[in-house]
Structure formats: structure tokens, C-alpha cells
Design a protein around this ligand. Structure first.
Ligand SMILES: Cc1ncc(C[n+]2csc(CCOP(=O)(O)OP(=O)(O)O)c2C)c(N)n1
Ligand SMILES: [Mg+2]
Length: 607
């Protein structure tokens, strides 16, 4: 990588200063909102806006991020917002582009991530439509495609209304609980010349809403409950990822002498090596962490994702013995179509507030009457800060996921890694997350194929921060979304993707095995329709074919160490890198059993 360019090529034309078309004003609104990038796959339904961004704003603030698939455009904005907490804009072509984007939008929705999606449509004035194509790419209600999993949508009918709509959309997307919004811009409106440009709405007169603090009486009750608690437990879920909030959560846990469980579905929210965080985070609650839930007398959930399901899992389908406090704003987003709101959690106190505000309010309430971390914290087993030594290479020329994880985390440890994604089966002892952004979180909606795009988006946000973005992706996830790599290379975004390549959609092999077992049929067939080894896919070549650097396939731990050393150097020099690691098609037994288990419902008396 000799080219040090890290932005798009600048357009040739002189940049104009006075808006002349509807979309010039819309583009100015995006700049006023300080949106740094707009990810897109091109489409004529927003050609007016595209022209305004390039030839009126000069492809700066926002800068275009060219993506090869709309699902990637959304995933990039998702990854970026996960790191920064700020939304990107995404432009989505009428009908077909939006259709391509839907799964990624669902991921963003389930993840409660802010995003400003702009659609093109029309022209809505049928007289202005080109034959055929403008008709197939026009719908009466474009947003209906995504309305069930967006926070808000609009299709404004004038330029002035469009400016208000973009501003309102931005405010709604970024107000907790956050989510994606969709503003559909009539192509006719974008392309129409304007005689006198309308002024942009003054942002200071339309500020972000103030966030409400938890009610003082609820804080008082919670404080009293915690003061009595012998074995308090914090379940930390969707919370802010800034350092101050992170530090306050640590302070709260220490003052309460509370045990803490965190979640790999959400970003690093508490230092895992801390003695009050005795067991590694997982996608599901581990058996050891489950014991903490059963033994606790007061549980405080800071917007834990699927509180009911986790409690039920930990308590074998029974209601927990502990008093349960839930602090979450999430019910504001609960809708009918998707069940991402999860089972109704049993609670003793439910506070409809931002969870970090509850943390602050409790700390304030505690004042000097604090309990400090006690001997029990010191007596707890510290989480494993250094991984076990890697096992020797397996005979079958595949590495176990555990070995891959140990080698990868050891190789990266000294390079300030920021883990964007980890695969199922990644051992907890390889999660050394101690600060915000040590781990970014998961995909929200379980939509496979988001990994590469989210990695590129997160890495873009981390570029220049001294962090080394690394994602460990399944081969299925990598293959579904791999053209995001081209965008990474094109914009010179340094990142490392390690592919946990079992040459299979392996998660589903476990499901097929379970079916066969339940039905008394041959489990040896579990791989049929799932393995991707004939022909073997050359994942490193697929990376190289897009201008990225590719290593592998890697068959043993020594080669993996060497490849990672080299790849880390490449990433530090600005490279977009992929390491293909052939791993054994197996998960640790605990992961497989958790994945497949059914838990009786505490609300079902017959269970
Ligand atoms: C878009 C989409 N299609 C299908 C699935 C079902 N699914 C869940 S996990 C999985 C396998 C993923 O394969 P890979 O990324 O290679 O990870 P592995 O299971 O092999 O570790 C599939 C197909 C899904 N979640 N999302
Ligand atoms: Mg796989």
C-alpha cells in the first residue's frame, strides 16, 4: 500500500455556493447535521441528491462511501455508529435497493443503532416518469417495505418539508432508544430547480430533546433495596460506550460490592478482568454466570437484552428468587411485527429511563454513605487474563476454534485491538476486554452477512485512533458480505478479518444433527446442504481479488502465528487484510448445548 490517500477522489468541477436544485438543499441539510459519510450503492432514484453531494458539496461532509451492495452500505453505517454512537446517512435506491438493504436494516433496528436512511422514489408525478424503469422503481408507499423495523419514516412533498423531515429523522434516530429512520425523497423534488432557496431550519431552535432522569422515588426504592442486598448482581446490557459511563458502572459495582455479568451481544461495558466480573461474557449466560443469577438477592438489569430469557435460562425455567430491577427505555420501540422485544421480564421495579442515568442517580444518592468493595471481591477468582497456551496442531490439518482464539488473542494483545466481531464458540478466556471499544458487540438481528460490512464501518470509525480493528468472522458470514472488503480497500481503511473457516454453515449442522437424533435418523448426514468444501472456496484469493491482502488457508497454529504477525504489520501500514484459518467443524460442548436448548416458560403453569 504505497498510496496514502484515505478519502475519495475529489471531483473536478468547481463547487458551487448557491443551491439551485431541491437536492442541493437536502445535501446542505446533511452537512448542517455534520454527517461525515453517506454510504450508497448508486441508483437513478437519487441521482439528483448524488449530483448535489458531488458537484454542489464537493464530496465532503458528507463524503460518499461507494458500496457494492446495499446490505453492505447499511452494515457499514451500522459498524460506524456502534463505535461512535453517531449516525451515518445511507442512500437507498427505489424499490430494489431498499429491498437489498432490508436484512441489514433489521439488524440495525434490533441493535437500537441510529441511522439516517434516505431513499429515492418516483418521480411521484407520473407525467415526469421515464418509460418502464421509473415505473417499476416507484411505489406508492416505499417505506412500507421497512416500516415494521424502522423507528420513523416520511415522504415529504416539498423541499421545505424535506429539510424538516431530514432534521426530524436525525433527531428521532439519535434519541434513545435509538434506531434507523427512513426519509424517502421524490426524484422530482430532488431534481426540480428552485427559484429562491429556502433557509435551512436553525438547528439550535430544534434541539435534541432533553433526556428524563429516573424518577427520584424509584431511585430511592432501588437504593433502599440495594442497601439491604447481600448478593447484588448487575446485568449490563445496552449502555453507552463512553469512558465516563464505563467508569461510573465500575464505581457502582465496587460501592455495592455487586457481581457483574456482561453480554457479547452488546459492546464492552465493564472490565472483564475486574474481580467483580468473575466469568467471561457470552452470547448466552454461561452455567457459572447462571449460578450468580440464582444466588443473587437483588438483580439490576441495565437494559440487558432478553432479560426474561436469560433469567429463565439461569433459573431452569423458574422465576428468579431475587428482586429484579429493570432499567430500560426499550419498550418505547416495542411493535407488533417483529418479536425482537423478547419475552416479558418479571420485575419488581421497572424504570423507564436511560440505564446510565440510573447508575449516575444511584451514585449520587449514595454520596458518602458508600459501601466499598469488600473482601469478597478479592476472594473471587479473577477472570483469566491470559489465555491458556495453545494446544499442538491437530492431525487433520484443522485448528480448533479454541487454538485459533488463543493464538489470535495472544498475537493481537500488544497491538491495542478493538474486536468488532467474535464467532460462536470463541472461548471466554480469550476476551480480555477492559475498556470501551475493546469489543464492539454483535449484529443485533442475527442476520448473517453483516460481518464484513460492520467491520469496514467500525474500522472507518477507528481509523487513526491507534486501535487495530479485528473481526473474527464465520466463513458463511464472510462469504455473504465479502464485497464490503472492496469498499475497505478503496477508502484505504486498515482492518484485519480472521475467518474462522469450518467450510460450513456449521451452526445449522448442529440443528440437523438434533433433528436426526430426535427422529432416529443418521446424524452422519448432518453436513448435507451445509458444507462448502467441494470445491473449497479460496477465501484469501477472494480478498486479493478485491485488492485486499489475503493469507491462507492456514492449517496449523505455527502458520497462524506467522500469518498474524505479518498481517498485523500490513494493517499498521494501512492494509485491509484477511487471514483464512481452517478450523474444525465443532463448537465447545457448552456452546452447542446452549444453542439448541429449549427452556420451559415460567409463565406456562403446565410446563
Ligand atoms: C441471512 C441469514 N441466513 C441464514 C441464517 C441462519 N444461520 C444462522 S448461523 C448460520 C451459519 C453461519 O455460518 P458461519 O458464518 O460460517 O458460522 P459457523 O456456524 O460455521 O460457525 C446460518 C446459516 C441467518 N442467521 N441469517
Ligand atoms: Mg462456517
Amino acid at each position: 500500500m504505497n498510496d496514502t490517500r484515505n478519502t475519495s477522489p475529489k471531483p473536478n468541477a468547481a463547487v458551487e455556493t448557491t443551491p439551485r436544485f431541491g437536492s442541493d438543499c437536502m445535501a446542505e441539510m446533511l452537512r448542517a447535521l455534520e454527517i461525515p459519510y453517506i454510504a450508497l450503492t448508486p441508483g437513478a432514484s437519487f441521482r439528483g441528491l448524488h449530483d448535489s453531494l458531488v458537484n454542489y458539496l464537493g464530496n465532503e461532509r458528507p463524503e460518499l462511501l461507494l458500496c457494492i451492495h446495499e446490505e453492505t452500505a447499511v452494515a457499514i453505517a451500522h459498524g460506524y455508529a456502534r463505535v461512535t454512537g453517531r449516525p451515518l446517512a445511507v442512500a437507498l435506491h427505489a424499490n430494489v435497493g431498499l429491498m437489498h438493504a432490508t436484512m441489514a436494516i433489521f439488524n440495525v433496528w434490533c441493535d437500537r443503532i441510529p441511522m439516517l436512511m434516505l431513499g429515492g422514489v418516483g418521480p411521484m408525478d407520473a407525467v415526469a416518469r421515464r418509460p418502464w424503469v421509473d415505473w417499476i422503481h416507484t411505489s406508492s408507499d416505499m417505506a412500507s417495505l421497512v416500516r415494521d423495523f424502522t423507528k420513523w419514516d416520511d415522504q415529504p412533498a416539498s423541499v421545505v418539508a424535506a429539510l424538516e423531515s431530514i432534521l426530524r429523522g436525525y433527531r428521532i434516530a439519535t434519541t434513545a432508544p435509538q434506531g434507523p429512520v427512513y426519509v424517502c425523497l421524490d426524484a422530482g423534488l430532488q431534481e426540480a430547480p428552485i427559484a429562491s432557496p429556502p433557509p435551512l431550519p436553525p438547528l439550535d431552535r430544534y434541539p435534541a430533546p432533553r433526556v428524563v432522569d429516573p424518577p427520584p422515588e424509584a431511585v430511592g426504592e432501588i437504593f433502599a433495596m440495594l442497601a439491604q442486598a447481600e448478593r447484588p448482581l448487575l446485568l449490563i446490557g445496552r449502555v453507552a460506550n463512553d469512558r465516563e459511563c464505563f467508569a461510573r458502572r465500575v464505581e457502582l459495582a465496587e460501592r455495592l460490592d455487586a457481581r457483574v455479568i456482561t453480554d457479547l451481544k452488546t459492546a464492552a461495558s465493564f472490565p472483564m478482568p475486574h474481580p467483580l466480573h468473575p466469568f467471561p461474557a457470552g452470547i448466552y449466560i454461561s452455567a457459572e454466570a447462571g449460578a450468580l443469577v440464582r444466588e443473587a438477592d437483588v438483580i439490576v438489569s441495565l437494559d440487558w437484552v432478553d432479560l426474561a430469557g436469560s433469567l429463565r435460562q439461569a433459573c431452569g425455567g423458574q422465576l428468579p428468587a431475587a428482586k429484579v430491577i429493570q432499567c430500560s427505555l426499550d419498550s418505547y420501540l416495542h411493535r407488533g411485527w417483529s418479536k425482537d422485544y423478547q419475552s416479558l421480564p418479571p420485575t419488581d421495579i421497572f424504570v423507564l429511563a436511560d440505564p446510565d442515568r440510573l447508575v449516575s442517580a444511584l451514585l449520587e444518592r449514595m454520596g458518602e454513605s458508600r459501601r466499598t468493595a469488600t473482601k469478597s471481591a478479592a476472594a473471587l477468582p479473577a477472570s483469566t487474563a491470559t489465555g491458556a497456551a495453545p494446544n499442538s496442531t491437530r492431525d487433520d490439518a484443522r485448528i480448533s476454534i479454541a487454538d485459533m482464539a488463543h493464538v489470535t488473542s495472544a498475537s493481537l494483545a500488544a497491538h491495542n485491538p478493538s474486536y468488532v466481531r467474535l464467532p460462536l464458540g470463541w472461548p471466554g478466556e480469550c476476551c480480555h476486554f477492559a475498556e470501551p471499544l475493546d469489543f464492539i458487540g454483535f449484529d443485533g438481528g442475527g442476520g448473517i452477512g453483516s460481518g464484513p460490512g460492520m467491520t469496514v464501518g467500525a474500522a472507518l470509525a477507528l481509523r487513526g485512533s491507534g486501535r487495530l480493528p479485528v473481526a473474527v468472522l464465520g466463513d458463511g458470514d464472510y462469504l455473504m458480505g465479502l464485497t464490503a472488503l472492496w469498499t475497505g480497500v478503496h477508502y484505504r481503511i486498515p482492518l484485519l478479518i480472521v475467518v474462522s473457516n469450518n467450510q460450513s454453515f456449521f451452526n445449522d449442522e448442529l440443528h440437523q444433527e438434533r433433528m436426526a437424533r430426535m427422529r432416529g435418523r443418521p446424524i452422519e448426514n448432518r453436513w448435507v446442504g451445509l458444507r462448502m468444501d467441494d470445491p473449497p472456496l479460496d477465501l484469501a484469493a477472494l480478498a486479493r481479488g478485491q485488492g485486499a491482502i489475503g493469507y491462507g488457508p492456514i492449517h496449523d497454529t505455527a502458520a497462524l502465528e506467522a500469518a498474524l504477525d505479518s498481517a498485523i504489520r500490513d494493517v499498521k501500514a494501512g492494509g485491509t487484510c484477511v487471514v483464512d484459518v481452517r478450523v474444525a467443524p465443532e463448537y465447545a460442548r457448552t456452546v452447542s448445548s446452549t444453542l439448541l436448548q429449549h427452556i420451559p416458560n415460567d409463565k406456562d403453569k403446565s410446563a
